[in-house]
Design a protein around this ligand. Sequence first.
Ligand code: C2E
Ligand code: CA
Ligand code: CA
Ligand code: CA
Length: 276
Amino acid sequence: AAKRQLSGALRYDPALDLASAQTLSLLTELRRAVEHNELRLYLQPKLALHGQPGLAAEALVRWQHPQRGLVAPMHFIPFAEQTGFVRQLTLWIFEEVARLLAAQEARHLPLRVSVNLSTRDLLDPELSTRLAAILARHGVQASAFCLEITESAIMDDPQRAEAMLNRLSQQGFKLSIDDFGTGYSSLAYLRRLPVDELKIDKSFVMGMQAGEDDAMIVRSTIELAHNLGLTVVAEGVETAAILERLRTLACDEAQGYHIARPLPVDDFLAWQARQG
Ligand code: C2E
Ligand code: CA
Ligand code: CA
Ligand code: CA
């Protein structure tokens, strides 16, 4: 109960004025978190359901707070987005992943990693240059990365988002639409974007168990993605039954607690080694 209360105290309240003392102190804490190496890279495996089982994962951040313990992203990502701090966080994650990819390539264990981008990142004219500098520093290829962007981040400023996505795609990054089905983007619009992957939101995947509506949405999304020539990933796979159903529906990749939770890097590498 005590732990709950403490993380509750961190929860960002959008009703708070950005200049309030509480907000400033959270911003100070986040800056310190980066300086004092309190952020942690977690990786959640993405399982290929057909054909070549290439090794892939999604990068998810955690905050190892000296007093509060391991803090989940929902407690600080919205705040980081609001203040623009998320751009620094994205670069930190990206660099950690680049370092890992370089190490894995040296061991001949190539890995593909998905990194989440926020609206702020997408609208930052410096993003592509900064990412290129990190790639060069670690000697890794853009094609080892998939950048996940939500529909709502794109629809915030569709023209600027489209220009940035074209640039990132030309740089060699794979692009994925995250939380697909929860936003308000039109398909006609999405079709114009240089996207490689659709990621079906976990609410539909988790709902497959109970409701035929969700199962129908998942099935249609898989067909839609394939008709558009895109790879499709289901997130939030919590049961063996749903995993089997997705396989039958020809879904390409799956991610979820049934396969593995997001893991610290060392645990992820051990998990991967056990898969043989
Ligand atoms: P997301 O990008 O949609 O990430 C998927 C979330 O679903 C993760 O939560 C993951 O732990 C969780 N998840 C995975 N499998 C299952 C499952 O089977 N069942 C259920 N119920 N949940 C599952 P997490 O790590 O707490 O992250 C929450 C959100 O925070 C992410 O949603 C993403 O929007 C944001 N986030 C996390 N890390 C980063 C980051 O490095 N940068 C940015 N910009 N956002 C991040
Ligand atoms: Ca994601
Ligand atoms: Ca998602
Ligand atoms: Ca989400």
